[in-house]
Design a protein around this ligand. Structure first.
Ligand SMILES: [Fe+2]
Length: 203
């Protein structure tokens, strides 16, 4: 296993993660795994220290807006109805608003929360942005987030095998996802893509 602790979340990120843990442990653990994959990816791509910190912090906080999603929607075992889905989608806007109100939060981190569900082909939410118009770090987070979601067990379904999730990323390359980012993520070793909760450091 590679070194796990090359980037530690700063105090502001830890503070938000701690609040998220008290709201929803599954989203909290997902956020830690997405942040950990981002650490590996930023290291692999030789990001500068600043870019690494922005990507990792943005990935740790991408779903922070789920603090505002009612528990009965967040934890609903079946599929969401139209109204519930609209409320769920708002976690992007609400997360960005929350991080923006923390005056010291870097804009790239705010943007990652706002735009991580946008899709390369314009079919994402909340704004339907397309291609390069989507901030780059949000495009990175989108792929990592989707990978971890596909690999994770849910109460109503078992997570995919890693080879199946990789195949799905390739299928969506140039559609849902930026091809450059998919290729970068898939160039990481398997042990950096499927993160076990037992390997996480909790905050
Ligand atoms: Fe999200």
């Amino acid at each position: 296993m590679l070194e796990m602790n090359c980037v530690q979340p700063n105090e502001a990120v830890c503070k938000h993660l701690t609040v998220l843990k008290s709201k929803d442990v599954l989203t909290y653990e997902h956020s830690l795994r997405v942040g950990q994959i981002a650490i590996y990816l930023a290291d692999h791509l030789q990001f500068s220290e600043l870019e690494q910190s922005r990507l990792v912090s943005g990935c740790y906080l991408h779903d922070i807006g789920k603090l505002y999603v009612p528990d009965e929607i967040l934890n609903k075992p079946g599929s969401l109805n139209d109204d519930e889905w609209e409320m769920m989608k708002l976690h992007t806007v609400q997360g960005a608003q929350m991080l923006r109100s923390d005056g010291a939060m870097d804009l790239e981190i705010v943007n990652t929360a706002a735009y991580h569900h946008e899709r390369w082909n314009g079919e994402g939410y909340p704004y339907g942005m397309q291609g390069d118009a989507i901030p780059e770090l949000a495009r990175f987070c989108s792929v990592i987030d989707s990978l971890d979601c596909m690999l994770s067990d849910r109460p109503y379904r078992k997570g995919m095998q890693l080879y199946e999730a990789k195949r799905e990323l390739l299928l969506q390359s140039g559609e849902q996802f930026d091809t450059y980012v998919v290729n970068a993520v898939l160039s990481l070793p398997d042990e950096c893509l499927k993160i076990s909760n037992s390997a996480l450091k909790y905050y």
